[in-house]
Design a protein around this ligand. Structure first.
Ligand code: SF4
Length: 273
């Protein structure tokens, strides 16, 4: 049986385990949580894989295409970003954008919102790649280390760690873990990391906790899970396959006080090293 990753404490020395394969328990009023062990991480990743199947999210196999696609997905609905990408593809893909005036590109992307900003990011990123490699390709970076690729991508306009790692994971076959809003919400509720860590810190924490071979499936399935079950508002904890591993979910489903059932995020204390 998987070793429970969390222990709940009432302030006395009594500890109540919370984890997968355990019978329902009423969690105490205050819960002290520590980081999960590798078995728990693998168990959660496998449960999410079983339910969501690491379904394709429409990401691109070519790193430059992925680099152009990522800004299109920001602050808009999926349908808009797919429409913007289709418009770029119809012109011949990212290479067609090199000679295109920025205003024209902004007009092409207008359905997705923030089109001027997105057009600026894309145009400058493509110019930097051509300047660095002499062509519009990241093939010459395939031999670089993960650290080198991430550092280079983070020099491009509009690209931070999460986006750099999406390019690396989806289009360069790297075993890195991008932490987007869905994965952050999930791991905070599971009690794997304290809430509100900086982008750098949460990436570093999850690098430590999540084995390389689990990263791609955990990232993709956390997005599907976040859209369908672990929603920002009114998560469907009673139907969730990882409820028994989740501090938040256990409080929602088995509250010992009315406040736990309503505001669980206020009631646990992170006890991470
Ligand atoms: S139990 Fe609830 S809070 Fe926890 S992962 Fe599932 S849906 Fe999210």
């Amino acid at each position: 049986m998987a070793r429970p990753h969390s222990e709940a404490s009432t302030g006395s020395r009594q500890a109540v385990p919370v984890g997968p394969c355990l019978p329902p328990v009423a969690v105490p009023e205050r819960v002290s949580v520590r980081a999960p062990d590798p078995v728990t991480v693998a168990t959660v990743a496998a449960a999410l894989e079983d339910v969501h199947g690491t379904k394709d999210l429409g990401n691109k196999a070519d790193p430059v295409e992925e680099l152009v696609f990522i800004p299109l997905t920001r602050q808009t609905h999926r349908a808009n970003s797919l429409r913007s990408w289709a418009a770029i593809e119809a012109l011949g893909g990212p290479s067609a954008l090199l000679a295109m005036p920025e205003d024209e590109l902004a007009a092409l992307l207008k359905d997705g919102g923030f089109s001027r900003q997105k057009a600026g990011w894309i145009k400058r990123s493509l110019a930097i790649i051509v300047e660095r490699f002499g062509r519009l390709s990241l093939e010459d970076a395939r031999g670089w280390s993960d650290t080198e690729v991430e550092a280079f991508l983070c020099t491009l306009p509009g690209i931070k760690v999460k986006s750099a790692r999406c390019v690396m994971m989806y289009a360069m076959g790297r075993q890195v873990l991008p932490v987007d809003t869905h994965l952050r919400r999930l791991v905070e509720r599971l009690g794997w990391v304290p809430a509100g860590l900086s982008e750098q810190r949460i990436h570093a924490e999850l690098d430590r906790l999540v084995a390389p071979e689990l990263r791609h499936s955990l990232h993709v399935n956390a997005i599907w899970h976040g859209r369908a079950v672990c929603r920002a508002i009114r998560p469907r904890c009673r139907e969730c396959v990882v409820q028994r591993s989740c501090v938040y979910g256990m409080m929602i489903v088995y509250p010992s006080t009315p406040e736990q059932g309503a505001k669980p995020e206020r009631l646990w204390v992170m006890d991470h090293a």
